[in-house]
Design a protein around this ligand. Structure first.
Ligand code: NAD
Length: 331
């Protein structure tokens, strides 16, 4: 039995986590879940959104499956997801964006992998008021983290037989910070002559992704661009309800969907569980449980192709529990 930390999170988190656990167990994975509370649900009991028990549990088990956690806008506590990524040095955020059968979208055959630096950049959240009416937010870019994420991207591309890496930047304006990110990527690229390497400015990248997404293979981005561009990419394959993700470090990994806590549909049995179910597939592959992972992927594809229980975000009228049940029946 493999022990895995389970964080239900806020909003639609508990609904999609419950669905995913059911699917993973029905598929035959030998997992013992260790449930811990983080996010708004933890405040009452622990007085904090990120209790030490969560960190201790992940450090012990090495792997976690996590639902989304809500973060107040403009003030209030710091994002739990961002804190976890920093505390555990989960420096790589991997977001595979692949078209799915039966899901209507602008394009067919999209197959892009977003590799996002996950620990620094403007996401460092180092902000202060200089004088009333003037604030400063620091963008931290280091040679160490930029080289590490570039190496991760090239090693991933080599292992998965991907052909091209595009480093995405705004070094025309942020010459020092994005300039350093690019310098590190270029240096690492020299060690991988079989993988094509090019560079694109982030605003142009957004337009190109809409006009001609098939030109892209692996995208390498610093933290904030990766965050924004991966939501855009999710839109190319049917939206946030189907797009999976993983936060990977040298010692620990947390698997979670790209989407947030979706307060607009929380508690209504409307959430699409497929994004987190596909994140659990990434987790099972990470654990070497490739057969179970493939079984889940096949079942998801069958259910999407049939289209009877699709949730409303992908054009159907199905409920979270209905599509989950159908996936289980197709395992
Ligand atoms: P969101 O991803 O929660 O929702 C954006 C839109 O997509 C909403 O219309 C929502 O209904 C829809 N959507 C998202 N997931 C869906 C699913 N599985 N099925 C069907 N529809 C889905 O983004 P937001 O509204 O900008 O953020 C809400 C909260 O989530 C904020 O507090 C934000 O900080 C937090 N957030 C957390 C994480 C995380 O924990 N990793 C990630 C992003 C946002």
């Amino acid at each position: 039995m493999r022990r895995i930390t389970l964080i239900k999170g806020d909003g639609i988190g508990p609904e999609v986590v419950k669905a995913t656990v059911k699917v993973v167990e029905a598929a035959g994975a030998q997992i013992k879940w260790e449930e811990v509370d983080a996010g708004e649900s933890a405040i009452n009991e622990y007085g904090t959104v990120l209790p030490q028990t969560v960190i201790d549990s992940i450090k012990k088990n090495k792997i976690a499956l996590k639902g989304p956690v809500g973060t107040p806008i403009g003030d209030g506590f710091r994002s739990v997801s961002v804190s976890l990524r920093k505390k555990l040095n989960l420096y790589a955020n991997l977001r595979p964006i692949k078209s799915l059968p039966g899901v209507k979208s602008m394009y067919k055959n999209i197959d892009i992998v977003v590799v996002r630096e996950n620990t620094e950049g403007l996401y460092s959240g180092i902000e202060h008021e200089v004088v009333p009416g003037v604030v400063e937010s620091l963008k931290i870019i280091t040679e160490k983290a930029s080289t590490k994420i570039a190496k991760f991207a090239f090693q991933y591309a080599q292992k998965k037989n991907r052909k091209k890496i595009s480093a995405i930047h705004k070094a025309n304006i942020m010459k020092l910070s994005d300039g350093l990110f690019l310098q590190c990527a270029r240096k690492v690229a020299q060690d991988y002559p079989k993988i094509q390497y090019n560079e694109l400015i982030v605003d142009n990248t957004c337009m190109q992704l809409i006009l001609n997404p098939h030109q892209f293979d692996v995208l390498l981005l610093e933290n904030l661009y990766g965050d924004i561009v991966s939501d855009l990419c999710a839109g190319l394959i049917g939206g946030l309800g189907v797009a999976p993700g993983a936060n990977i470090g040298d010692d620990y990994a947390i698997f979670e969907a790209i989407h947030g806590s979706a307060p607009d549909i929380a508690g209504k049995n409307l959430a699409n569980p497929i994004a987190l179910i596909r994140s659990s597939v990434l987790m099972l592959e990470h654990l070497g449980e490739n057969e179970v992972a493939a079984r889940i992927t096949q079942a998801v594809h069958k259910v999407l192709e049939k289209g009877d229980t699709l949730t409303s975000d992908i054009g159907g009228h199905g409920k979270t529990t209905e599509i989950t049940q159908e996936i289980i029946e197709n395992l």
